[in-house]
Design a protein around this ligand. Structure first.
Ligand code: PAF
Length: 276
C-alpha cells in the first residue's frame, strides 16, 4: 500500500492502462462501514484509493472539529490489511492554502434536513469531494447510505457538473442492536449508547407500520418522533422524503425513505431507512 500526503504526488500517479479506479473518501477513524466500501471497491475495481481527511470546511463553528476522533496509524493498518492500493492523507494547509477562494454549492438540497441545522456543511462536503475527485481521478466513488442526504447531493453535483465517474451507494452497516456504525458513536457513554438504539428502532417501527398499510407520512413521523423522545433522544428532525429527490412525501410509496437526526447528549446522530 502506497501512502501519499502530497497533492502533487497524488495527482501525478499514473495508473496502469485500462485500470478501473475505485475511490473511498473518508474522514478516518475507520469502522466496518468504511471497510465495506473498501470491499465493494476492491470487488469492482482494479485499484482502490482511500482518502483520510478531516475536512474543516464542513464543520460549523460550534461543532466537533477539534474533538473529532482520529487514529491515523490504526487506520493505515486497517487499510493495509484490507488490500487498499493507495491511501491519501493530505494536510488542511495543502487542501485550503492561504488565499483559497473556490466553493461548490448544490443549491436547495443543501439547506434542508441536516443542512437546516448545519449551515454551510454540504458546501464544505461538495467542495472537498470535488477537489479529492480531481486529485484521485477515480472511475467510481463508494459512499455509505447512512449519510443519505450527502449521497444524494453528491450525485446531483456529479450530474450537474458532468463529472466522469459513477457514485456507488452502499448499504448501512449496523451494530448487532441496530445502531448505524459511525465514527461519532465513540462519544457515547454506556447509558447514551442505550438511548442511541432508539434511532434505528424508530425507523424499524415506521417500516413495519408502512408495510402493514399505514401510508400517511404525518402519522409515521409522529410515532417515530414520540419514540425517540420517550427514550431520551432530542429530535432534530424526522422526515419522509422521496429517496431520489429528498422532497417531502405526504403519502408512502415505493420511493419513500424516512430520514432522521437526533441528539443523544451532545452527540448528533443520523439514520435512515427505505419504508417499503
Ligand atoms: O462522509 C464523510 O466522511 C465526509 O463527509 C466526506 C465524504 C469524506 C467528505 O469530507
Amino acid at each position: 500500500m502506497l501512502q501519499i500526503n502530497s497533492l502533487q504526488e497524488m495527482q501525478e500517479i499514473t495508473y496502469p492502462t485500462g485500470s478501473r479506479i475505485g475511490f473511498v473518501p473518508t474522514m478516518g477513524y475507520l469502522h466496518e462501514g468504511h471497510l465495506s466500501l473498501v470491499d465493494a471497491s476492491r470487488k469492482e475495481c482494479k485499484i482502490t484509493v482511500v482518502s483520510i481527511f478531516i475536512n474543516p470546511a464542513q464543520f460549523g463553528p460550534n461543532e466537533d472539529l477539534a474533538s473529532y476522533p482520529r487514529d491515523l496509524e490504526r487506520d493505515l493498518n486497517l487499510l493495509h490489511e484490507r488490500g487498499v492500493d493507495y491511501v491519501f492523507f493530505p494536510s488542511s494547509g495543502q487542501m485550503y492554502p492561504d488565499g483559497y477562494h473556490s466553493w461548490v454549492e448544490v443549491e436547495e438540497l443543501s439547506n434542508i434536513l441536516c443542512g437546516a441545522s448545519r449551515p454551510g456543511h454540504f458546501r464544505g462536503v461538495c467542495t472537498v469531494v470535488l477537489k479529492l475527485i480531481n486529485l484521485v481521478r477515480p472511475h467510481r466513488m463508494y459512499m455509505g447510505e447512512k449519510d443519505y442526504q450527502q449521497l444524494t447531493i453528491l450525485r446531483t453535483m456529479a450530474v450537474d457538473l458532468n463529472l466522469p465517474l459513477r457514485i456507488v451507494g452502499c448499504p448501512i452497516v449496523r451494530e448487532p442492536d441496530g445502531l448505524a456504525k459511525s465514527s461519532r458513536n465513540v462519544y457515547l457513554d454506556q447509558s447514551q449508547r442505550q438511548i442511541a438504539r432508539s434511532l434505528s428502532e424508530a425507523l424499524q417501527m415506521a417500516q413495519s407500520q408502512a408495510r402493514s398499510g399505514i401510508l400517511d407520512s404525518a402519522e409515521l413521523i409522529r410515532q417515530a418522533t414520540e419514540h425517540l423522545q420517550s427514550r431520551g433522544a432530542r429530535v432534530d428532525y424526522v422526515s419522509i422524503v422521496d429517496s431520489r429527490t429528498l422532497m417531502p412525501h405526504a403519502q408512502i410509496d415505493e420511493y419513500s425513505r424516512m430520514l432522521l437526526a437526533a441528539y443523544v447528549g451532545k452527540t448528533r446522530l443520523i439514520d435512515n431507512l427505505q419504508l417499503l
